[in-house]
Design a protein around this ligand. Structure first.
Ligand SMILES: NC(=O)c1ccc[n+]([C@@H]2O[C@H](COP(=O)([O-])OP(=O)(O)OC[C@H]3O[C@@H](n4cnc5c(N)ncnc54)[C@H](O)[C@@H]3O)[C@@H](O)[C@H]2O)c1
Ligand SMILES: [Zn+2]
Length: 379
C-alpha cells in the first residue's frame, strides 16, 4: 500500500510529498518521473555502505530510463559528516560541470541526508533535493523537516541550514540490510514520537514490538508512515525550532550529555532511551507524570531489547557536575541553565506556555542523575 503525506511549510512556501511504499526503490519509475521534471542532470550522493547496496543500482535504473546520472560517494560514518566531505563533493560537481539544472538525490542514512541536503542548499545557491532515506532513523526523523548540515570538531551539527526537499521517497524494503543496532536507533525515535504526541501510536509500537523487530512488512510500513506523520505535523507548525519542534528533543538533553561523557561510545538510540527514562523520572518527581506512565516507558524500551546500559570504564566522567556542565551547552539552555521537555502523559508533553521545555531545580536534576548512575551504569 502507498502512503502519501504532504508536508507544508508555510513560511517558506514549501510543499512536498513524502511517499512510503515497499519496493518503491526497485522500480525507480516514480523517482524517474519526479527527477525528469526537476532537472536535466542528477547527482546521486551516498556513502560507501549504501552505494553498492542501493545507489549503484539506482544509478543504473535511472540511466536506463534515459536520465543523465552521476554518483558521488563518501566514506560511511558520522566522522565524515564534516566540511571536508561537503567540499570534496562540491569540487567533483564543479569539475564535472554540474550547473543550476542539477538535482541532488541523497540516498543513505541521516549522515548522507544531512551532508547531501547541505550541498543542495548551497550549490549554485540552491538546487532541488530529493531524499531517499535508508535507515529507520532517517526515514522517520532526519529526512523530514529540512535540517541539513555537518559537524564541527567542537560540536555536532554546528554548521548547516534549513532547506526543504522537493520529495522524500521511503522504501521500507531497504531496512532488510540494516544492522539491528542501527534499526533500534530508529525505533527509539519512533517511541519518542509516540510519547510526545500520539498515545495510539505508542500503543501500536508497544503491541507489535516483536513483529516490528522481525520487519513484518505491513506493520513496519505502518509504524514508519505514522512516525513520519508525527514529525511532519510538528515541523509544519515550527520549522525553525523556536517552539513546538523542541518536543522532538525529549530525552535528548540527557542523551547528549551521556554521549559526550562516553565520547560517543554509546549508540544514539541507547543514549536517548536512557535519556527519556531520566527525563521521565524528573517529570514523576515533579508530580507531572504518573508512575504508571513512567513504567510503560520502561516496559516498551525493554520490549525492544534496548540495552539500557552506560559503559563505565571511565566512570569518573559520569560525575553529575560534569554531566550538568555538558547540559548547559544544550541548544535549549537559557542563561546557562538546561531546559527539559516534560511529559504529562503517554502521548502528551507539557506545552510549558509555548516554550515546550522548562528548567528544573538543580536538586531534582542531581537526584535524577544519581538514579541514572545507579540504574544504568555498569560497574
Ligand atoms: N536533519 C535532521 O533533522 C536529523 C534528525 C535526526 C538525526 N540527524 C542526523 O542523522 C545522523 C544519524 O543518522 P543514521 O542513524 O541514519 O546514521 P548513518 O547515516 O551513519 O547510518 C548508519 C549506518 O548504516 C549504514 N546504512 C544506511 N542504510 C543502510 C541500509 N539500508 N542497509 C545497510 N546499511 C545501511 C550507513 O552507511 C551507516 O554505516 C546524525 O548525524 C544525526 O545528527 C539529523
Ligand atoms: Zn535523536
Amino acid at each position: 500500500m502507498t502512503h502519501k503525506l504532504i508536508c507544508t511549510i508555510p513560511k517558506v512556501a514549501s510543499t512536498y510529498e513524502i511517499e512510503v511504499q515497499q519496493g518503491l526503490l526497485s522500480e525507480a519509475t516514480a523517482l524517474a518521473e519526479v527527477l525528469e521534471k526537476l532537472a536535466s542532470r542528477v547527482a546521486i550522493i551516498s556513502d560507501t555502505t549504501v552505494a553498492p547496496l542501493y545507489a549503484q543500482g539506482l544509478q543504473s535504473a535511472l540511466s536506463r530510463k534515459g536520465l543523465n546520472v552521476d554518483l558521488f560517494v563518501f566514506p560511511s560514518g558520522e566522522s565524515n559528516k564534516q566540511r571536508a566531505t561537503k567540499e570534496m563533493i562540491e569540487d567533483q560537481l564543479c569539475k564535472k560541470g554540474f550547473g543550476r539544472d542539477t538535482c541532488i538525490l541523497a540516498i543513505g542514512g541521516g549522515v548522507v541526508t544531512d551532508v547531501a541536503g547541505f550541498v543542495a542548499a548551497t550549490y549554485c545557491r540552491g538546487v532541488p533535493l530529493i531524499m531517499v532515506p535508508t535507515t529507520l532513523l532517517s526515514m522517520v526523523d532526519a529526512s523530514i523537516g529540512g535540517k541539513t548540515g555537518v559537524d564541527h570538531p567542537l560540536a555536532k551539527n554546528m554548521i548547516g541550514c534549513i532547506y526543504q526537499p522537493k520529495k522524500v521517497f521511503v522504501d521500507p524494503a531497504v531496512l532488510r540490510t540494516l544492522p539491528l543496532n542501527e534499526f533500534k536507533n530508529g525505533i527509539v525515535e519512533m517511541i519518542k514520537h509516540g510519547l510526545i504526541a500520539d498515545s495510539d501510536y505508542f500503543d501500536f509500537l508497544n503491541s507489535h514490538a516483536s513483529k516490528i523487530l522481525l520487519l513484518e512488512p505491513s506493520l513496519l510500513e505502518e509504524s514508519i508512515w505514522r512516525g513520519v506523520l508525527i514529525k511532519k505535523n510538528i515541523v509544519e507548525e515550527d520549522e525553525t525550532e523556536i517552539g513546538k519542534r523542541r518536543l522532538l528533543n525529549f530525552g535528548h538533553t540527557i542523551a547528549h550529555a551521556i554521549e559526550h561523557a562516553t565520547a560517543y561510545e554509546i549508540a544514539h538510540g541507547e543514549a536517548v532511551a536512557i535519556g527519556m527514562l531520566v527525563e521521565g523520572y524528573m517529570a514523576v518527581e515533579l508530580g507531572m507524570l504518573s508512575q504508571n506512565a513512567f513504567l510503560k516507558i520502561d516496559a516498551i524500551l525493554k520490549k525492544y531489547a534496548l540495552p539500557l546500559l552506560i559503559p563505565t570504564h571511565n566512570a569518573v566522567r559520569y560525575r553529575p557536575e560534569l554531566l550538568m556542565q555538558a547540559m548547559t551547552l544544550d541548544k535549549k539552555s537559557l542563561r546557562g541553565k538546561p531546559r527539559f521537555v516534560m511529559l504529562r502523559d503517554i502521548g502528551h508533553a507539557d506545552p510549558c506556555a509555548g516554550n515546550y521545555c522548562m528548567p528544573v531545580e538543580e536538586e531534582t536534576l542531581l537526584k535524577a542523575l544519581r538514579w541514572m548512575a545507579h540504574a544504568f551504569c555498569t560497574s
